[in-house]
Design a protein around this ligand. Structure first.
Ligand code: UDP
Length: 250
């Protein structure tokens, strides 16, 4: 269905043999517009070091990321890794910033979105604040992300019935990427993205890192300080960097 033609091949680099797109924020937004004009459900992923590290050990996740139409480098670890392998990325494009730009564009076009994921009540709150901050944006439906596997087909039916053009899946990785990929043929949205904890931030349930942390690529440190239980997840960053250093070129 998708031949990847929206992304020129020279934009795509490989880190630990996993593809990542060399895009600036502005370029990612332009590609988003193009994908929204393309037939079928485009898959947008926002891997950070943790996701790339997991994908390097999980063939299914690697295959899903490789199948995506836009692979946004969401993390300073990817930028450092890209320099180490001699194919520097232009800049880091965080998933939450990309989502906001997408929402602005969808609002301007009067397009509708569906919010799937996070704890009960969060998607509703996120929808309320998105509507208030991005006038013109239509939220066609919301659903929390704690469901049984056998409910998935009905959820896809609900998303399609809502008529939404864009799906935000906030189920955590790799659940969100797996969900979109597994139902890509059935989904009638024009694009879908895995947004991790972004609905929690929109809902005001989680704070975004202050400017200093964001500007220095230290979001991971801020989140770790607020939620020390993330220590195991944060450990993926140094492991990922060591693997990139050891691998030399790939
Ligand atoms: N989540 C969900 N269903 C699940 C597991 C997680 O909806 O079965 C949600 C969770 O409530 C949170 C998001 O997925 O809102 C994942 O957040 P996380 O902090 O892992 O994402 P990150 O931004 O670090 O990728």
């Amino acid at each position: 269905m998708h031949d990847g033609s929206v992304i020129e091949s020279k934009r795509r680099i490989r880190i630990l043999d996993i593809p990542v797109d060399r895009v600036t924020r502005a370029e990612a937004a332009e590609i988003f517009d193009a994908l929204m004009r393309t037939e079928g459900c485009s898959l947008i992923v926002t891997p950070n070091s943790e996701i790339l590290w997991n994908a390097s050990k999980d063939a299914e996740l690697k295959a899903i990321l490789s199948d995506a139409d836009l692979i946004i480098p969401d993390g300073i670890g990817l930028v450092y890794a890209s320099r180490i392998i001699g194919s520097p990325l232009s800049e880091r494009v965080t998933g939450i910033d990309f989502l906001d730009e997408a929402l602005r564009r969808l609002a301007a076009a009067g397009e509708s979105i569906y919010l799937l994921g996070s704890a009960p009540g969060i998607a509703e709150k996120a929808a309320e604040r998105m509507r208030a901050h991005r006038p013109g944006l239509r939220v066609a439906g919301v659903r929390h992300g704690y469901y049984r596997p056998e409910e998935e087909a009905a959820i896809v039916g609900e998303i399609n019935a809502s008529g939404a053009a864009f799906l935000c899946a906030a189920l955590g990785s790799p659940k969100q990427e797996r969900f979109i990929h597994a139902h890509r043929e059935a989904l009638r949205v024009r694009a879908a993205i895995g947004v991790g904890g972004s609905l929690d931030v929109w809902a005001g349930a989680q704070k975004r890192a202050p400017a200093f942390f964001r500007e220095h690529g230290l979001e991971w440190l801020y989140r770790l300080a607020r939620q020390p239980s993330r220590i195991k997840r944060a450990a993926a960053l140094p492991l990922f960097m060591l693997r990139v250093l050891a691998s030399g070129k790939r």
